[in-house]
Design a protein around this ligand. Structure first.
Ligand SMILES: C[S@@+](CC[C@H](N)C(=O)[O-])C[C@H]1O[C@@H](n2cnc3c(N)ncnc32)[C@H](O)[C@@H]1O
Length: 387
């Protein structure tokens, strides 16, 4: 069994070595925070100072999105969990200190039901079998739960009985989806998704705003730390009603919408069309009038934006782990916004991108690290670049 020490805020986990997610399992939380701060100081030492890391009061059960790979061992026993590092062996996880407890208990129930319903785990080599992945999202404020079963085929034996049973055992589930993925791929989701029960999405409240979340859209996995991070980003942006803000890599529109009250207008740009669909609904849900969204590659969008001579005073960017693109950064240097607020889940690519902006005339504020992923080796950072 995994456990948490209330005094040291350390977690202990029997899967620690095989799973590999929690690099700092077993360590006092204070020591972990000191290591993360030191790492950030090293990384940013040539450019700027690092502020104290923003930590969690109770750093457990924070992941509001939980994923389990489903597989069978040589004896045919079902295993549900995560891939061992650099392998396709599945670590069979029964409990986890960083995942939402409700999501985890639903996964454990599905494992039990697979036996009684005689469902087979999907086999990636033969591409046979039924259940391949389980993906669950829970609204931290609304408590709505979305369960997505990723199967190798659309055929779902005893579907109605299964749905009845899982809903009886977990009345907290508000919607159930089936996604079909029979491709040789490391991607979890395939192209086809059908709603088996409920609305097909959940809602959650973040920074006082309501957000609709689909299964494929990005949503920060640590709700409480995200609110602190956005608050800091809004402060750094120092907005007025005269400002035009570009929210680049905007996902379902969370940051841009949180900034819209203080800004003149906001333009959100995001590659994932489903996320943009959610963003457009979210604007209506919150009755926001000064924001619009475009589905596009952020780099291409900004190249066109710069070429058309339009201006923006503020750019907020929150790219994926790979960071931003040279075209995007080049266009920033053309548009010359006064302020660029850069949020990153991979400070190494952030440093690379910051170097380009500094060469182009920007100065960088102290960086604030946020412990968005306690016990793992990851840190989120935010800073302001201004000219
Ligand atoms: C770290 S998430 C940030 C999302 C959002 N800002 C939030 O806080 O919820 C990065 C987002 O960038 C999107 N993305 C990835 N590559 C992109 C690209 N080339 N152009 C635009 N968006 C992209 C992803 O789909 C994802 O939604």
């Amino acid at each position: 069994m995994s456990s948490y020490n209330e005094e040291t805020k350390a977690i202990n986990c029997p899967y620690f070595e095989d799973c590999g997610a929690c690099a700092y399992a077993g360590m006092k939380y204070d020591n972990e925070l000191a290591i993360k701060t030191r790492d950030m100081e090293k990384l940013f030492k040539d450019f700027t100072k690092v502020e104290p890391i923003v930590s969690m009061y109770r750093p457990i059960y924070y992941r509001n999105k939980v994923h389990a790979v489903v597989a069978a061992d040589k004896k045919g026993n079902i295993r549900m969990g995560t891939y061992k590092e650099n392998s396709h062996d599945v670590v069979d996880i029964k409990d986890c200190m960083i995942e939402d407890e409700v999501c985890r208990s639903i996964i454990n129930t599905i494992k039990e039901l697979m036996k009684s319903f005689k469902y087979k785990a999907y086999n990636e080599d033969t591409r046979q079998g039924f259940l391949r992945h389980i993906l669950i999202r829970r609204g931290v404020v609304t408590k709505e739960v979305m369960l997505c079963l990723v199967t190798g085929d659309i055929a779902f034996p005893s579907k109605n009985n299964f749905l009845k049973e899982i809903r009886k055992r977990h009345p907290e589930i508000t919607t159930i989806l089936q996604n079909v993925n029979n491709s040789k791929t490391s991607m979890i989701l395939g192209k086809r998704t059908v709603t088996l029960f409920g609305k097909g999405y959940i809602e959650d409240i973040l920074c006082g705003l309501k957000f609709r979340l689909g299964i494929s859209s990005f949503y920060q996995i640590n709700h409480d730390q995200t609110e602190k991070l956005y608050k800091k980003a809004i402060k750094l942006a120092n907005l007025t009603k005269q400002d035009t803000v570009i929210d680049a890599y905007c996902g379902i529109g969370t940051i841009g919408m949180a900034m819209s009250k203080a800004a003149g207008q906001v333009i959100g740009v995001e590659l994932n069309e489903n996320a943009i669909e959610d963003a457009k609904v979210n604007v209506k849900l919150n009755n926001i009038k000064n924001i619009y969204f475009q589905a596009a590659d952020a780099g291409e969008f900004l190249v066109d934006y710069a070429a058309s001579g339009r201006k923006a005073n503020v750019v907020v960017m929150d790219p994926p782990r790979s960071g931003s693109s040279p075209e995007f950064l080049k266009s920033i240097l053309k548009i010359k916004p006064d302020r660029v607020v850069y949020i990153s889940c991979n400070p190494e690519t952030q440093v690379r991108d910051i170097k380009t902006l500094i060469k182009g005339g920007y100065k960088v504020s102290p960086v604030t690290p946020f412990d968005m992923f306690p016990h793992t080796a990851h840190t989120e950072t935010v800073c302001l670049l201004s000219r």
